[in-house]
Design a protein around this ligand. Sequence first.
Ligand SMILES: NC(=O)c1ccc[n+]([C@@H]2O[C@H](COP(=O)([O-])OP(=O)(O)OC[C@H]3O[C@@H](n4cnc5c(N)ncnc54)[C@H](OP(=O)(O)O)[C@@H]3O)[C@@H](O)[C@H]2O)c1
Length: 256
Amino acid sequence: MTPTGIALVTGASRGLGRAIALELAACGFEVVATMRDPAAGAELPAAAAARGGRLRVEHLDVTLPETITIPEGLRVLVNNAGLDAAMLPVEAQAVAEWRPIFETNVFGLVEVTHRAIPALRRAGGGVVCNLTSSSLLAGVPFFALYRASKAAVAAFGESLRAEVAPFGIRVLEVLPGPIATDMLAASDHMPEAARVAGYAEMAAEFHASRRAIDALITEPAAAARRIASAILDDASPKRIACDPLGDAMLPAAAGG
Ligand SMILES: NC(=O)c1ccc[n+]([C@@H]2O[C@H](COP(=O)([O-])OP(=O)(O)OC[C@H]3O[C@@H](n4cnc5c(N)ncnc54)[C@H](OP(=O)(O)O)[C@@H]3O)[C@@H](O)[C@H]2O)c1
């Protein structure tokens, strides 16, 4: 696709969302960088302008439908906003802890997408880009909640892809590996599972195994360049990696 029209990014206050918003602006899209607290993005329009791009910040909390405004002329929707969960075994994670994660990662994403499809159709087509996770490709312990929320998004995207292809709308799934953001930093600790009877040893092993990914941690700007390229590439695979760990895991999971 040509980089014209509006690209809306959710959760653009920091991390991957911020980097994707800036990259899409540099590519030529008119970017609407949405976030829960617009003050967090105060410097974003100037940062985009410094690279010759156009970007405006708007308030959007994916869990509050009244804050969701879809601009006319939308060509690209990047569903990036997401929450991580405590690393607990299923028996120690109450359903009440599942609900807020699903409210953001699944129902919020569905609400935004549900509202965006008519605008994308009126614009003659475009791209819906969903951020899931390379953790979907590995059945690691203590991630049932987070992975289940991302698996729901992956399945949602597959059916959506079939539905909207006739309207010229591509659905792209990005499976990030370890990207140097607040989310990754906040997860680098002994899993909460260590405090649950019977899981301490597994938690310690899991924590020790994390050091193996240190050398593979990727900067958000580098991941965002790959994501923007795939958004622009009409021949892009429908599921893509954006970092070296994803590059190694995705073909293996696909049997390639
Ligand atoms: N970093 C990784 O290694 C990694 C790996 C796999 C997948 N991912 C996925 O990539 C995406 C971006 O992750 P990240 O690492 O950049 O995370 P992050 O640094 O924690 O940033 C998360 C972003 O989501 C926003 N957000 C949370 N709840 C929201 C809501 N209800 N409405 C709107 N925005 C909301 C946050 O806004 P506030 O600033 O207001 O909190 C923030 O902008 C997520 O979907 C994540 O699951 C990341």
